[in-house]
Each structure stands twice: as structure tokens, then as C-alpha cells.
Design a protein around this ligand. Structure first.
Ligand code: SAM
Length: 635
């Protein structure tokens, strides 16, 4: 019996610890008395219609079917689909957002103006014009509070587990930001007994802090579904010179021979370099892209040829590409359209065959969820950030009669908030609204879907005792109005050898607006002091004018806008329905043509030629928006 108890700190720092937030109840983790996760898991994975939008390869022949899939949509909904179709995966690798607190952006490269491409290419040998042709756009957001992240991750892990075959493994790639917390979740979801390894992937390069050790490793957790049977094919490396010299024995003079294959690779990997250098041939210009060698090691260790390898946060498509190269089947899923396009093009170049699906989850995504959120916010007239409101509210609208009207927008990165249901409206009424400033008369709640309209309205009328009105608004209607197609002008000519389409002009209001906004931001950021400082710094190196010019020259595009085109695809099979690319021409970031996935040494010259009659043409702009037009053979 202790003599006394010395007080310590019974309360954890808010938002930091999860262990005392969790109680085990019905084998489902629960956060304090919050039942949300439990209710959502009880309800099941949200299943939406899947629209097949493109077939690449054999799938176009009616008798055959592609087993490889690219799915645009959330992990949890992709799993719902696979489960419904009884498709099991044999290996899952996921590299989800790390909760790093960052918004990831990608560089968007204007292509060379094809009308003067040769001249530009020549000029570039002398002048570094890179800065002038590049702007950035948000790709995906990674800003979460820990609890929301862990709730979300918990559901994703449960969803993935539900589609894993009995002998399957899962590898979850994270780092110091959240890895240890997710390890706890994985113990819960997969069972501590199924933990196999915590792999440290070590690398070097990048920024080095002065106040602590440089953080130079990621952590990959490997669990199997079953503790009886799983695949592990060890990889060996050669014994050290010393061991070889003494005849591959454990110690000098011993008779016991070490195994012939070499020594097995252990759980810290120091021999795989990250993809960093722009000249790296595997670089896809996708933030957080992982190297092929990393996936090669994982896929070879935990799967056999012919098995299905899935990546539900697929990014640049590294898992699908390596799985294909290693003769496995692949499923690639990602919420962002840029991921699907990057992966599609990567796999086309590799000669893979696959189908592309789009999950019809309610919001026609404007490239990706982060950009859709930004777009939505900009479209809600009068919406502004308001200091008086906490972060639950997206902001408020100042109304002359009602005063400040707080606005709630669901987080498109988190599927659970998209559906307006009783638990969510309950939270709004009982947690969020009571904290609003005195005198608030109305709130606006945007939704993507309502679970049960009548029940929800009944709940509001019975339980809303706040004295404030709740106005419900459908988010989808806002977006549908604004997605305008790019305008394509072309001329088609038929000759003995086939059809030649010349693109005359390409007008993309979406991109023009984006470039204007980028130029404005840049000119605001480059204050006179910056210019002076950079100037003098460069002057010391002897070429001050160059920097000055670079900082002040806005990005401009020609009147015909052809440098905004990334890919042209011709469907010669059908005028409607699922896309089949019979001829495609991609323009790489240096202006060179990639024809049907094969690199060429030709600069693009505004034309695309096909030996079959094109029925439809799809043009993808450099930010990833796609426009389709039916070909009029008389234009
Ligand atoms: C760290 S990146 C993956 C990078 C990838 N391993 C590679 O090597 O290119 C995370 C990806 O997850 C995607 N993502 C975020 N939330 C998602 C969700 N709920 N479902 C599916 N994908 C999601 C993002 O769009 C992003 O491409």
C-alpha cells in the first residue's frame, strides 16, 4: 500500500494523446463518449455507383474483361465496391496522407508554344525560362486534427481488411507525424498477433535542422490478415567481405556454414533512394512519390505472380506500375483526378491493360477534393473567414437583415461528413450552434447528400432549441453550374493515309483564371525589398538582371492557347459511352511528343494523325481538366 499519492498530470494535452481517449467497447475503439465512429462502422461502407469511364487494352473486346482497375474515389468506397463484387486483394500497400499539416501542391508546366517550339527550344539553351512556364496548384491536403485523422484511418483500415484475402498482407507507410498512433489502431484492427514488422525506410537529402537530429526515415507497418498463413519471400544480400573470406561461417574456426543465398534483408532499409532529382527518370512530378525499388521489395516479399496488389492511396501509381512489371494484377485508387491521369499515362507507356472507374460519390470533383473545396468556398457569395467563429464553421456571410450568418461546409476529404445525417445535425445543433456569438439568427448548412430528408427535417424541428434557423443547401448544385468545358477549335482533313486533325486554338477559362490569380499573387509577393535583396545577392555572383527579370515577368499565354494542352486522345470506336483511346498524343513538359505511350524526339506541331476515322476527341489541359467533343468530319 503506498504511503501517499503524489499528484501528477491526469489530463492529457488536448488533441495529442489518444490512449486515454480510447476505451475498448464491443471491439471497436471509441473516443471518450463519442459514438460517431461506432455508428458509422455499424452502418457500413458507403457504396456508390461506379461508372466505367475508359478501357485501355483487352477490355475493349467484348469477350474479355480487364482485371486491373484504376478507381477515382475514396478508399472506403472503392472497398465497398470490391466487397460487393467479391473481389479480394492479396496485398495492400497504402501511403496515406501522413497528417503532416501540409497542403501538397504540384507544379503545372505550360508546354512550349507549338507554333514557335523550335525557336523556344533554342532560346532555352541560353536562357533559363523554367520559372516563366510553371505555376503551382494544390493537389491534396494533409491538414487534420489527430482525432479526426485517426477516426478516418480506423475506418479505412477496417474497410481494407474487409477486402483482404485470407493470406493477404497490408503495408501502411507513415512517418513520425502519426505512425505510432496508427500502429495502435492496426493492433486493434488486425490483431497484435498479426504484426509482422515495423520497417524503417532510411534516406538522406533534403533540409537539415540545426536544433535536432535530421528526421530521415519513414515507417512502414506490416500486418498479415491471418496468423497462420501469409506470404513472406525473403530477399538476401551478399555476405560482407569478411564473412566471405572466412568461408561463410558464423565465427572464425566454426564448422557451421551460413546459408548460401546470403543474409536476409532486415527491417531497416538504407539502400533505396527517394525520388528527388528532376532528372530521375522515374519522377512523375507527383508530390510524395515513392521509389519503384521500395515497392519492388514489398511486392516481391509478400505476393506471388498473378495475385492482386492494391494501393488505395495510389498517388503517382508506383504500386500499380511495379505490380504490372512484376506480373501481378493491380488496383489503384485515389480521390484526385491528377493521380488517375498520371497513373493511367504511366501504365499506358508500360503497355498495361486496365479499366478506369469513377465513383459517383455526389460531388463532381474539381480535379481533387482540396481544389473543389477552394472552388466551392469562392463560389458561395459573400463567404468570408470570421474570427468570431470557430473552425467548425467555414466562415460567415454578413447579411444586412440577419447579421452574421455562419456557414458549414462538409469536408470533402472526409467521407463521413459528406452525408448529412442525424448524428451530424445533432452535433451541429447541440455542440456547434450553442457556441455561436450571441445574436446569431441563422446558420447555413451545406450538404452533399442527405440520408433521410424527412427524418432530418423532423429532427431539426423537434430538437433545434437554439432559436436560430437552420437553412440546408445542396453543394452539388453550386459546382455543376461552374464546370465549363474548354473550347477547342480544330480542322480535320482526310487523305489517303488517314485523318489529320490540326488544333487551331484552345481556350480554357479555368486555366486563364488560375494563371491570372497566380500572377497576381506573385506580383504581390515580390515586394520591392525582395527584388532589391535578390538583385544584390545575384549581383555578387555577377548576373543580377536575370533574377530581376524572372521575378517580375508574369506567366503569359498565346492567343491560340495551345501551350495549355497536355494530351489529345482520339476515340475511333464509339461516339459515346466508355472511352477507348485509339490514338493518343501526349506533350511532355519539354514540348516533345509521346505517341501512344512511346516517347519520340519530335516537338508537337499542333497536329494529330490517325489512320482510322476519329469519332470523338478528348483534350486534357495541363491542370488535368478534360473536354470531349464529337468530331465533325466536315469542319
Ligand atoms: C502520400 S500520397 C501517395 C503517394 C504514392 N504512394 C506515390 O508514390 O505516388 C497520398 C494520396 O492519397 C490520396 N488520398 C487522400 N485521401 C484519400 C482517400 N480518402 N481515398 C483515396 N485516396 C486518398 C491523395 O490524393 C494522394 O494522392
Amino acid at each position: 500500500m503506498p504511503v501517499k499519492y503524489i499528484p501528477y498530470y491526469p489530463n492529457t494535452v488536448q488533441g495529442q494523446a489518444i490512449l486515454d481517449n480510447i476505451i475498448r467497447n464491443r471491439r471497436v475503439l471509441r473516443y471518450r463518449d463519442n459514438d460517431k465512429v461506432y455508428e458509422r462502422i455499424q452502418r457500413g461502407m458507403p457504396y456508390y455507383e461506379m461508372e466505367k469511364i475508359e478501357v485501355v487494352g483487352v477490355g475493349s473486346q467484348p469477350a474479355k474483361k480487364n482485371e486491373n482497375m484504376l478507381i477515382r474515389g475514396e478508399c472506403i468506397s472503392a472497398c465497398a465496391y470490391l466487397k460487393d463484387k467479391n473481389i479480394k486483394v492479396d496485398l495492400a500497400y497504402i501511403d496515406p496522407p501522413f497528417a503532416s499539416g501540409a497542403d501538397y501542391a504540384r507544379k503545372v508546366y505550360l508546354r512550349k508554344n507549338p507554333k514557335i517550339a523550335e525557336a523556344i527550344a533554342k532560346a532555352e539553351e541560353e536562357l533559363e525560362l523554367e520559372e516563366l512556364r510553371v505555376f503551382e496548384e494544390k493537389m491534396y491536403g494533409d491538414i487534420w486534427n489527430k482525432e479526426d485523422y485517426l477516426n478516418w484511418m480506423y475506418e479505412n483500415l477496417q474497410a481494407i481488411k474487409s477486402v483482404m484475402s485470407e493470406t493477404a498482407s497490408i503495408y501502411v507507410h507513415l512517418d513520425w507525424h502519426i505512425g505510432h498512433y496508427v500502429k495502435v489502431l492496426m493492433d486493434e484492427v488486425f490483431g497484435e498477433g498479426n504484426f509482422k514488422n515495423e520497417i524503417a525506410w532510411c534516406y538522406s537529402g533534403g533540409a537539415v535542422p540545426v536544433d535536432r537530429f535530421p528526421k530521415k526515415h519513414d515507417t512502414i507497418y506490416w500486418y498479415s490478415k491471418s496468423n497462420e498463413e501469409w506470404i513472406y519471400i525473403p530477399e538476401y544480400r551478399d555476405y560482407s567481405k569478411k564473412t566471405q573470406q572466412r568461408g561463410r561461417t558464423q565465427v572464425k574456426g566454426s564448422d557451421a556454414k551460413l546459408r548460401a543465398e546470403g543474409t536476409p534483408i532486415n527491417d531497416w532499409w538504407v539502400d533505396i533512394a527517394p525520388v528527388t532529382s528532376p532528372t530521375d527518370h522515374e519522377k512523375m512530378y507527383y508530390a510524395t512519390q515513392k521509389p519503384k525499388a521500395l515497392l519492388e521489395r514489398i511486392i516481391k516479399a509478400s505476393s506471388n505472380e498473378g495475385m492482386i496488389v492494391a494501393d488505395f492511396f495510389g498517388g503517382s501509381g508506383v504500386t500499380a506500375k511495379v505490380a504490372h512489371d512484376l506480373k501481378r494484377k493491380f488496383i489503384h485508387c485515389d480521390v484526385g483526378i491528377n493521380s488517375i491521369q498520371t497513373t493511367r499515362d504511366r501504365l499506358v507507356a508500360a503497355g498495361a491493360e486496365f479499366d478506369i472507374y469513377d465513383i459517383q460519390d455526389g460531388v463532381s470533383l474539381f480535379r481533387n477534393p482540396v481544389q473543389t473545396m477552394d472552388k466551392l468556398k469562392s463560389l458561395i457569395t459573400g463567404l468570408k473567414n470570421e474570427d468570431a467563429l470557430d473552425s467548425f464553421w467555414e466562415g460567415g456571410i454578413q447579411d444586412s437583415k440577419l447579421g452574421l450568418v455562419p456557414v458549414y461546409i462538409p469536408n470533402l476529404l472526409d467521407h463521413s461528413t459528406k452525408v448529412l445525417d442525424i448524428p451530424l445535425i445533432n452535433r451541429i445543433i447541440n455542440e456547434a450552434m450553442p457556441d455561436l456569438p450571441d445574436g446569431t439568427k441563422q446558420v447555413i448548412v451545406f450538404y452533399v447528400d442527405i440520408e433521410n430528408d424527412a427524418e432530418l427535417k423532423k429532427f431539426i424541428s423537434e430538437y433545434n432549441a437554439t432559436g436560430m434557423d437552420i437553412v440546408l443547401r445542396d453543394l452539388k448544385s453550386i459546382l455543376d453550374d461552374v464546370v465549363i468545358n474548354d473550347e477547342i477549335n480544330y480542322q480535320i482533313k482526310e487523305s489517303k493515309t488517314g485523318f489529320k486533325i490540326e488544333i487551331k486554338s484552345f481556350i480554357s477559362d479555368r486555366l486563364i483564371q488560375k494563371i491570372d490569380a497566380y500572377n497576381q499573387k506573385k506580383s504581390l509577393n515580390s515586394s520591392r525589398k525582395d527584388i532589391f535583396d535578390e538583385d544584390s545577392k545575384e549581383n555578387e555572383e555577377g548576373n543580377g538582371n536575370r533574377i530581376k527579370k524572372k521575378m517580375l515577368t508574369p506567366i503569359s499565354i498565346s492567343r491560340h492557347g495551345l501551350e495549355l494542352i497536355e494530351l489529345i486522345s482520339l476515340d475511333c470506336t464509339s461516339k459515346d459511352g466508355i472511352w477507348k483511346s485509339d490514338f493518343e498524343l501526349k506533350i511532355d513538359k519539354n514540348g516533345y511528343v509521346i505517341l501512344n505511350g512511346k516517347k519520340t524526339k519530335d516537338l508537337w506541331n499542333t497536329k494529330i494523325v490517325s489512320d482510322k476515322k476519329p469519332l470523338r476527341m478528348k483534350i486534357r489541359n495541363i491542370a488535368g481538366d478534360e473536354s470531349i467533343i464529337i468530331i465533325d468530319n466536315h469542319s
